[in-house]
Ligand binder design. Structure first.
Ligand SMILES: [Zn+2]
Length: 290
């Protein structure tokens, strides 16, 4: 499907029936998307005002939250419609390029001035930058890790839904989509392919709470593991360190990893320190299933 979307001159993504407030939401997105100087915090000037309403109005916030809460924004297969198409129109009228500009502008304000953090579901991750890096430098397992909160019905599609984004020569052959393999086999193939070049980075991708009985060894990441928004943010920050240019904690040492007949993974290590206390976060009750 990646090839189909790439070849199409235009793609229309249908997000479901229109809802009350749709037109207002579109106007708001256009306003912010076309003017990066506009604050959405109404206490700052100049700020966005649509049909006489600012973000202070609960109604406006609800319209926007409803839009970004639609399943389309967080499914794994819909990434193809958005990231691969030359031109995409969402829901009849909203230009994909305009939505991108809106997200960029809102993101810039979030980091420096405007303080409303509740406009989007925590897992709205578009991943365009991530997919772009996949074409250039990111390994497949890193992309998989950073987009792990994208959802799908079949756990194997966490892998298969992303596999075709990279250059053909970089696609791990063992992961060629084949639904005759079980989820356990597919996730094990990810682990094996990841460690093949002589790196154990994938051990750092184990995170979240496992909630499906997939029969996975603990050292094989479960890409369906549930994460709180706080956990995912921490996880993403850790990956950004791991993938930073020049970072190589193990230097030139070659990993020594083996799996025993009983399925136990073994690798030598060094105890640098022991963590005595972990700070509790405030999001522990917000477990969401992916
Ligand atoms: Zn601002």
């Amino acid at each position: 499907m990646v090839d189909v979307f790439s070849a199409a001159s235009s793609t229309t993504a249908f997000l479901g029936a229109e809802w009350v407030g749709f037109e207002t939401m579109i106007e708001y997105v256009e306003m912010i998307g076309n003017n990066p100087a506009l604050h959405y915090d109404q206490t700052l000037q100049p700020h966005a005002r649509c049909r006489g309403m600012t973000m202070r109005f609960e109604q406006v916030r609800e319209y926007i939250i409803h839009f970004f809460g639609l399943p389309w924004h967080n499914r794994i297969w819909t990434l193809q419609e958005y990231a691969q198409s030359k031109h995409v129109v969402l829901h009849r009228t909203l230009q994909g390029a305009l939505l991108s500009r809106y997200l960029v502008n809102v993101g810039a304000h979030l980091t420096k001035c405007c303080s409303s953090h509740d406009l989007y579901p925590a897992y709205t991750t578009y991943g365009f930058e991530i997919l772009g890096k996949m074409r250039a430098a990111f390994a497949f397992d890193t992309v998989l890790a950073l987009l792990r909160t994208r959802q799908c019905y079949d756990p194997r599609d966490k892998v298969y839904g992303l596999w075709s984004y990279g250059p053909r020569e970089n696609r791990w052959p063992s992961l060629t989509p084949n639904h005759s393999f079980s989820t356990l086999e597919v996730y094990q193939k990810v682990f094996e392919s990841s460690t093949m070049p002589g790196t154990l980075d994938i051990l750092s991708f184990n995170a979240g709470s496992r909630h499906l009985d997939l029969g996975l060894p603990s050292f094989v990441p479960d890409w369906t593991a549930a994460m709180t928004p706080y956990d995912f943010e921490t996880f993403s920050n850790r990956i950004s360190v791991l993938t930073a240019a020049g970072y190589k904690a193990s230097k030139e040492s070659v990993p020594d990893f083996s799996i025993s007949n009983s399925g136990v993974g073994k690798t030598p290590g060094i105890i640098v320190d022991i963590i005595a206390v972990l700070q509790q976060n405030d999001y522990s009750s917000e477990k969401e299933r992916l």
